[in-house]
Write a protein of this length. Structure first.
Length: 302
């Protein structure tokens, strides 16, 4: 086949598939820690797409696996409500019991409806960061709409958390404009719209930090068919990742949590087991909110 007849094209020149090329920089984590651990609690309850909330459709991936079209879905709504009614308090109590601070990545519509979702974590010393207005991806979102979404998200979270968010994470796919709009806003220190590394990096030519997130060390895998069934499934997988990264040294690890998922009574032990294992590492691990990791990275490499 002639070269001109090949299907498709080539990845754009600014898509970095090589990364640190096997020689990552030394992050020099505080206290000589071998690993920076970021616990991210995703807060989405009340921000899920719901006809009952006036949205154009219901959330397409409900916990029940049954999609209701063209009518309100009270079943789905109550699954989400478990997180705000019960899960929030159970998760915060576990974090407090282990003396660790997390990043609560909050959808602003959820916080507007239930201010405790941001106010309570902030009062306990956790970071409140931005997870959009509704719980939706931004791919194909018109630029003017996305600007409005960011502005309303920042204002709402600042009002209820007491300080404006400095971090952003889009549900799934951002738009082609998302990071540029974050830079233009001027108040964001970092975003987590990347899944491609075990270390942060700077967006080229800027002081904006990209903190990679992870879908594997994540309680979302408790959803049917995603691999986790028992609490021990979550803890075993996260512990295996933690031990590997600790052995390598000079890495960052993200663990994703959801109030309505890990906050269930049969699953919360998975988080407790993981945190008990982390505690055995002592000062060799730095457990920190994402804003602190981003500030450290910027100070060292910015």
């Amino acid at each position: 086949m002639a070269e001109g007849a090949l299907p498709g094209g080539m990845p754009p020149a600014d898509r970095d598939l090589a990364g640190y090329r096997g020689t990552p920089p030394d992050p020099a984590w505080p206290g000589g820690a071998r690993l920076a651990l970021s616990l991210v609690v995703n807060v989405e309850e009340g921000a899920e797409l719901s006809i009952g909330s006036g949205d154009e459709r219901n959330e397409s991936g409900p916990e029940t696996g049954q999609l209701v079209q063209g009518a309100p879905d009270p079943c789905m709504e109550t699954h989400f409500a478990y997180g705000s009614r019960v899960g929030l308090w159970r998760v915060m109590d576990v974090l407090d019991a282990h003396g660790v601070t997390a990043t609560f990545s909050c959808c602003a519509r959820a916080v507007a409806v239930t201010p405790d979702l941001a106010a309570a974590p902030a009062a306990r010393g956790h970071e409140v960061s931005a997870h959009g207005w509704r719980w939706e991806m931004h791919a194909n979102m018109p630029e003017a709409t996305e600007r409005a979404v960011m502005a309303r998200t920042v204002a709402t979270l600042a009002e209820h958390a007491g300080t404006r968010p400095v971090g952003w994470h889009t549900k799934s796919a951002p738009s082609v404009n998302t990071r540029r709009l974050l830079l233009e806003d001027g108040g964001f220190l970092y975003d987590s719209d990347a899944y491609d590394d075990d270390l942060p990096r700077l967006h080229p030519g800027t002081r904006h930090v990209i903190l990679p997130y992870a879908f594997d060390t994540n309680d979302m895998r408790f959803r049917p068919g995603q691999g986790f069934v028992f609490a021990e499934d979550f803890s075993r997988y996260c512990i295996a990742s933690f031990d590997r990264l600790m052995a390598e040294g000079g890495r960052m690890m993200s663990v994703g949590l959801h109030l309505r998922i890990i906050g269930r009574p049969g699953r919360i032990a998975g988080l407790e087991q993981f945190l008990a294992h982390v505690a055995k590492a002592g000062d060799a691990v730095w457990v920190a909110p994402r804003r602190e990791i981003a500030r450290h990275w910027l100070k060292r490499f910015g």
